[in-house]
Design a protein around this ligand. Structure first.
Ligand SMILES: [Zn+2]
Ligand SMILES: [Zn+2]
Length: 329
């Protein structure tokens, strides 16, 4: 089979390798599409020792069941989950695979075939083509989990920091929840233009103006009720805090790296949200179906495996022109 290996900084090489064999409880999936994630930040760096295939937002057809695997029939179309928990620890037993201390990130989607444990596969809805169905993993799962962690109220003013694919999808879902004023922040003007097309009413480019002051102006000095932060930069987290009113809430999707000067007087609520849980998939699909047309529009490029380098350059070197990019092995 053909598989794409990270062989250098901004260099991916497609090689012929053996098709992997599914072990007990595992399934061999013939990958039809795998999206590039904003977290695929390995691309511009030199590969580490033993680094191999990447790609964790995959959709494909069940090609073979390993011994004892029986959830899916051969030929069934599946969406692949990226985190493999141990299945036995308290976190896994509570459904929080994402918090399993020995969890593994399964990244093997930029290849013609990949092996997954059968409990990491979900049925793909027939209404979605392969390319759009890749969004049903991270791209839809992450913003919808953030809404469960920090539910917006009708009439809220909300700031979304980062108008990449996830911030954009976050905005789409916030709008449908009745958020009154949506403010999008990004340093790339073209992304802000796309955000406005998707209904983000106020857009701010922090490389051109002070974002917190701009939020204050847009809200008549009241500041926002809530913020969702997709930018892993301490200064942005700081601004995300300061752009929310006293008593407001901030949902961080990137954790909290770096040092912060936030005194006790801030009286705001910080909520962490990470990835999504397998138990949420079914409801995510139901919500996604209501946004099918918008979701399709968030995919701005589709590349065959042979052109994966172009796909990555388009995603990370041409952010002014791209949204979500999908590779089709
Ligand atoms: Zn991802
Ligand atoms: Zn576990």
């Amino acid at each position: 089979m053909k598989a794409a290996f990270h062989t250098g900084a901004k260099e991916i090489t497609v090689r012929d390798v053996e098709i992997p064999k599914p072990g007990p409880g595992e399934v061999l999936v013939k990958i039809s599409a795998c999206a590039i994630c904003g977290s695929d930040t390995w691309w511009p760096k030199d590969p580490g020792a033993g680094e191999g295939i990447h790609g964790h937002e995959s959709v494909g057809l069940v090609a073979e069941n390993g011994p004892g695997a029986s959830r899916f029939k051969k030929g069934e179309r599946v969406v692949c989950y990226a985190i493999q928990g141990c299945g036995a620890c308290p976190a896994c037993k509570a459904g929080y695979v994402t918090a399993c201390p020995t969890k593994r990130f399964i990244e093997n989607g930029f290849a013609e075939y990949a092996v997954y444990r059968e409990d990491m596969l979900f049925p793909a809805p027939k209404e979605f083509d392969d390319v759009t169905a890749t969004l049903l993993s991270d791209a839809i799962g992450v913003p919808l989990r953030a809404l469960r962690r920090l539910p917006p109220s009708k009439g809220d003013t909300v700031v979304v920091w980062g108008m990449g694919p996830l911030g954009l999808l976050q905005s789409i879902f916030l709008k449908s929840r009745g958020v009154k004023t949506l403010i999008g922040v990004d340093r790339v003007d073209e992304r802000l233009a796309v955000a406005r097309e998707f209904g983000v009413g106020v857009t701010i480019n922090p490389s051109k103006e002070n974002a917190v002051e701009a939020i204050a102006r847009a809200t008549g000095g009241k500041l926002a009720d809530k913020a969702y932060n997709y930018v892993r930069v301490p200064a942005v987290t700081h601004d995300a805090f300061n752009g929310v009113k006293l008593g407001g809430s901030i949902c961080t999707l990137t954790g909290l790296d770096g040092q912060y000067q936030l005194g006790e007087w801030v009286e705001r609520t910080l909520v962490w949200s990470f990835y999504f849980l397998p138990s949420e998939y079914k409801e995510n699909v139901a919500i996604a179906k209501r946004h099918h047309a918008e979701l399709k529009r968030t995919v701005s490029g589709v590349f065959p495996l042979a052109r994966i380098n172009e796909a990555f350059a388009s995603r990370f070197d041409a952010q002014d022109k791209s949204i979500k990019i999908v590779v089709t092995p």
